[in-house]
Write a protein that binds this ligand. Structure first.
Ligand SMILES: NC(=O)C1=CN([C@@H]2O[C@H](COP(=O)(O)OP(=O)(O)OC[C@H]3O[C@@H](n4cnc5c(N)ncnc54)[C@H](OP(=O)(O)O)[C@@H]3O)[C@@H](O)[C@H]2O)C=CC1
Ligand SMILES: O=C(O)CCC(=O)C(=O)O
Ligand SMILES: [Mg+2]
Length: 736
């Protein structure tokens, strides 16, 4: 019989699971459902690739590889919690912590000097960035706000900053020379393999990558970000922000786009701190500063310098802030800027947060200010520009009346940009990059210059067919218009549009409102419907899937944590993601400082319910279906009774919210009439939980207020973390 696989990940979601999973296990125990945990935390993923550096008893299995294989099998039923997609500073933090715990793993070699260091770096680079999701996502995505969540938000709206037409906030994006403008794309008529080849101006050729297998009907595209155009653009935007008294902010996806975006981020750091890099270039080079890791790397490297030199550079950095433009802050109190580390400001979450806050971000004085949101590549920047223009014209969206925007996203098998990392190169010299097939034909070609970022993307035909089918299914099931966000003037999208039109014919689309609109037109169309309270499905490629499933949820329901996020796997299994957002690192900080965890596990409740439903269908287990249905009812009750975690210490937090879910779930099981055995089992449990409500909530709230210790950030101590996350003796004994 199949199992439900629960993932152990990082930060807030991993903390929350320590409290929630024991409840789940207690509830499903009698119903013949097995749950097994697999550890895909950053720490475990590091340990899994360095067995040769560890003692026998320290070695761990490669659970991610196991799950990657499982995702391709029909029996897969995986609950996937958000995990860290590590930037280099996070990776180094995790390495340091593991070393301090006695794991003798090597340091991350920024600039490897020999073969052994090259091997170490390449092992780490596989763990870096978004290394989990692309492996597990063997299906396309279906993300939406469940009705109960949407209704709750309408009745209990989150705060929304006002928008006025005189806001100076805007998006700045490149007009030429970027990925969008240089893109070329072809559909492969028959299976072949291609190589990527660079030829310099003297005719010397280098193979950048060989043997890329392509299937019949696969779409490939290649494009290049011109370094000179990028730097010029950044310089202009910095000057313009200064002249117009706007906060300078940069919005990238340094985690998911782990090769291209840190390089772009590095150029922004060099541009913003230009005077420092010009004056101290030699020292910065000597210190081996990794600019792509952000200005924090420069700040920590100069610690090694003699006091007077260090102070001089610090003074010059301070002068940059003085001369402006002001820079958007991640943490004004601690002086952490938007350019400190590439993983602090992640576009899918950062742009919606800004739009929710009147288009403003925090400046160094801790005040909100109008902002220039710099998104260098123009492929998708237009959707944010259009949303901002819409808000300037119509005012802020109103969560009490606005419609909803579910998404059907093309993402299976590393589709599009999010699968481009092993085919992205920072070009070493002027010349030409070509994609050449097995017969020697050049399929795609670009002239390039030193420092340009060239990349190739792929999307296979079967995922596209599956995506079109999922779009039609969702449009039919919810009787909602569906818009394919595709731009006929963009090379890749033009290929995709041909396929969409072809594959739509495979389905009964009678009576459905299906359209293809460019992303900007789709934004306007969708926003115009939203303010009339109408729903519109967005059917999008992989990047827009990511952006839209934070943008609309954050505007509609305050956070993407409350999303139902299903990945129907192409081979029949199910991957159930818990919400659409990340792991909210600042929540861990709050737990450590004041023993209060404000992470909301709602997405996890929703995911578990659909996972149980899937389990029941696959294993013909009627009890699993009842457990899923009652869990959904309990979740609805939790929302109605406002038992989600509060932000404030001393009030109900994540753990207290789990108690209420358990109580409501037991009550629903006690009240249902489909299964007598479950009814008999849960009737006394429901009573015990209700009778002890006051005691349990007191136990859970009283421990809050002082600092706590879980023995590690990336690899916390199991005993300590379980103690912290399960502090109610009364609840624990009832669950027992
Ligand atoms: N699927 C995955 O595995 C994903 C992983 N990530 C990873 O997560 C990390 C952080 O990413 P980031 O961009 O900051 O996004 P997050 O979603 O983690 O955080 C953004 C903000 O959203 C709110 N929020 C999100 N989830 C919850 C929740 N469950 N309960 C309460 N509030 C919530 C909080 O804001 P507020 O202050 O407004 O309450 C939070 O500070 C990175 O390492 C990133 O790579 C990111 C996205 C998806
Ligand atoms: O894998 C990641 O880094 C983030 C994924 C993400 O943001 C999403 O799928 O919405
Ligand atoms: Mg996202």
């Amino acid at each position: 019989m199949s199992k439900i696989i629960y993932t152990k990940t990082d930060e807030a979601p991993a903390l929350a699971t320590r409290s929630f999973l024991p409840i789940v296990k207690a509830f499903i125990k009698s119903s013949g459902i097995n749950i097994e945990t697999k550890d895909i935390s950053l720490a475990a993923r590091i340990l899994a690739v360095f067995p040769d550096f560890l003692n026998e008893d320290q070695r761990v299995s490669d659970d991610l590889a196991f799950l990657g294989e499982l995702a391709k099998k029909p029996e897969a039923n995986i609950i996937k919690l958000p995990n860290i997609s590590a930037s280099i500073p996070q990776l180094k933090g995790a390495i340091k912590e593991l070393q301090s715990q006695g794991f003798d793993i090597p340091n991350y070699p920024d600039t490897p000097k020999n073969d052994s260091e090259k091997d170490i770096k390449s092992r780490y680079d596989k763990i870096k960035g978004s290394a989990v999701n692309p492996v597990l996502r063997e299906g396309n995505s279906d993300r939406r706000a469940p009705k109960a969540v949407k209704n709750y938000a309408k009745k209990n709206p989150h705060s929304m900053g006002v928008w006025t037409s005189d806001s100076k906030t805007h998006v700045a994006t490149m007009q030429s020379g970027d990925f969008a403008h240089n893109e070329k794309s072809v559909t492969i008529p028959e299976a072949t393999s291609v190589k990527i080849q660079h030829t310099d101006n003297n005719g010397n050729t280098t193979i950048l990558k060989d043997n890329i297998a392509l299937l019949e009907e696969e779409i490939i595209d290649s494009t290049v970000m011109n370094k000179k155009a990028l730097v010029l653009f950044l310089d202009e935007q910095i000057a313009d922000a200064r002249n117009n008294n706007l906060l300078f902010s940069l919005h990238m996806k340094g985690t998911m786009m782990k090769v291209s975006d840190p390089i772009i981020f590095g150029h922004a750091v060099r541009s913003y701190y230009k005077s420092v890099f010009e004056k101290h270039g030699d020292i910065i080079k000597e210190l081996n500063v990794n600019v792509n890791s952000g200005v924090s790397n420069l700040l920590s490297r100069i610690e090694e310098l003699p006091d007077d030199k260090r102070k001089e550079i610090e003074g010059d950095i301070a002068a940059v802030y003085q001369n402006g433009p002001a820079i958007a802050m991640v943490n004004s109190d601690k002086g952490i800027t938007n350019l400190h580390v590439p993983s602090d400001v992640i576009i899918d979450a950062s742009m919606p947060a800004m739009i929710r806050t009147s288009g403003q971000m925090w400046n160094a004085d801790g005040k909100l200010q109008d902002t220039k949101a710099v998104i260098p590549d123009s492929s998708y920047a237009g959707i944010y520009a259009a949303t901002i223009d819409f808000c300037k014209k119509h005012g802020a969206f109103d969560p009490t009346t606005m419609g909803t925007v579910p998404n059907v996203g093309l993402m299976a098998q590393k589709a599009e940009e999010y699968g481009s990392h092993d085919k992205t190169f920072e070009i070493e010299s002027e010349g030409t990059v070509r994609v050449i097939d097995a017969s020697g034909n050049t399929l795609l070609e670009h002239t390039v210059e030193e420092g340009d970022i060239w990349r190739m993307c792929q999307v296979k035909d079967a995922p596209i067919q599956d995506w079109v089918k999922l779009a039609v299914t969702r449009a039919r099931a919810s009787q909602t218009p569906a818009v394919f966000w595709l731009n006929e003037n963009r090379a890749h999208d033009a290929q995709l549009i041909k396929k969409v039109n072809r594959y739509l014919k495979d389905h009964d689309t009678n009576g459905l409102d299906l359209r293809i609109l460019s992303p900007v037109d789709a934004t306007i169309f969708t926003c115009e419907r939203i303010i009339e309270g109408k729903d519109t499905i967005s059917v999008s490629g992989n990047v827009l899937r990511d952006y839209l499933t934070d943008l609309f949820p954050i505007l509609e329901v305050g956070t993407s944590a409350k999303m139902l996020s299903i990945v129907p796997l192409m081979n029949g299994g199910g991957l159930f993601e818990t919400g659409a957002g990340g792991s909210a690192p600042k929540h861990v900080q709050q737990l450590l400082e004041e023993n209060h965890l404000r992470w909301d596990s709602l997405g996890e409740f929703l995911a578990l319910a659909v996972s149980l439903e899937h389990f029941s269908e696959v294993n013909d287990n009627a009890k699993a279906k009842i457990l899923g249905e009652t869990l959904d009812d309990a979740t609805e009750k939790l929302l109605e009774n406002k038992k989600g975690p509060s932000r404030k210490v001393g009030e109900l937090d994540n753990r207290g919210s789990h108690f209420y879910l358990a109580m409501y779930w037991a009550q629903e099981l006690a009240n249902q009439t489909k299964d007598d055995v479950l009814k008999t089992e849960f009737t006394p449990i429901a009573k015990q939980l209700a009778d002890n409500e006051t005691t349990i909530v007191k136990e859970l709230n009283d421990i809050q207020g002082s600092a706590t210790d879980i023995g590690g950030y990336y690899e916390p101590n199991e005993a300590l973390i379980n103690q912290v996350m399960r502090p109610s003796k009364t609840l624990n004994s009832i669950l027992q």
